[in-house]
Ligand binder design. Sequence first.
Ligand code: ATP
Length: 372
Amino acid sequence: MAYVQDTLKLDNGGSVFLGLSSTSIRVGDKLKVTPHFRGVAKEDFLCNYVWNLDGSWEKGDFDSTIERVGHTVPEYTWEFVPERPGRYRIAVDIEDSHGRFKGNVERWIIVAGKYGFLRPPVPPADAPTAVLADDVSMIFNIASEQFNSLKEYFIAAAKHELTFKEFRALDHISFEVKRGEAFGLVGTNGSGKSTMLKIIAGVLEPSAGKVNVHGTIAPLIELGAGFDMELTAKENIYLNGALLGYRKDFIDEHFQDIVDFAELDGFMDMPLKNYSSGMVARIAFAIATVTEPDILIVDETLSVGDFLFQQKCERRIKELVESDNVTVLLVSHDISLVERICDRVCWIEKGHMRMIGETDEVCEAYRSLDQD
Ligand SMILES: Nc1ncnc2c1ncn2[C@@H]1O[C@H](COP(=O)(O)OP(=O)(O)OP(=O)(O)O)[C@@H](O)[C@H]1O
């Protein structure tokens, strides 16, 4: 690994060199930091730091004075193993015995995710809009009484005895998602996330407000949506592909890619009703991402896949996000997945917009919900 050096000249004529084993590593990799000192006065102290660009200290013992250093200074090599992707400042400060800052040397490093992925910067404010949700509300009418059979229901309907109560699943939700952005929706069970995604996908019509969508959508919303369980997997690939707007010759051409990605060779002539939920998710994800849709919507569908397939899907989603062309809307209860993938996050709670902003900030607030 190439060593990158940086130098600080101290006013007493001494100098500090900061050597890093790399300026770009992945989460979990070790970064070796080697400060070299010359002519640092006896009473000087050395402090080393790792500072995350988002303003928080990374966990570790680095924010303390580690040793009094003498005139002939040995080398202090220490290691930093980042837990989160991001941009980090690796710094060494020199202070005198009164804690007065004498100078420092620092370097920036980029820490990519486990799969070599760094969340791309949030698109600029003037980037084109992919999805605009404007004051969206959704009201469901729920029957006030419970009916034990369809017959009872129709009798009540014929007698005009059906009464409904309104349930507001979404209450005046507004947000804008830029093209190329990875946007997450979080919230506790029943908060309205899937309802929001369904409105964006055009599956549901909002009761009030409107949603503008620019581009083609590949919605992975409900497991089995767009599939006919009686048909074979092969027939379903053609059916679902057609629903996503792919021509038959396009599917012919990409059929094997879909089967390979889903790793379901040998199961293509089996009716989908005999598939496990994870197998259905595999097929659905493989079809939706065989090309680059303008907007990929991923609800919890992936959670039924095994961990290997989840990792594979995550890699594919990241490739799409990195391409800068695909807008990803992700709903997940796996907050670390949201943190790894999304640029911005909207937290919806009981139908209300609780918070919207940068991923780390919103996820941290959401995580602290259990302390409320
Ligand atoms: N078709 C419907 N008719 C009546 N109520 C509905 C309907 N669809 C959703 N709801 C209600 O709207 C609320 C929001 O549901 P939604 O599925 O959007 O929540 P969610 O945040 O995705 O939840 P989860 O995290 O559990 O998947 C829930 O209380 C749900 O019961």
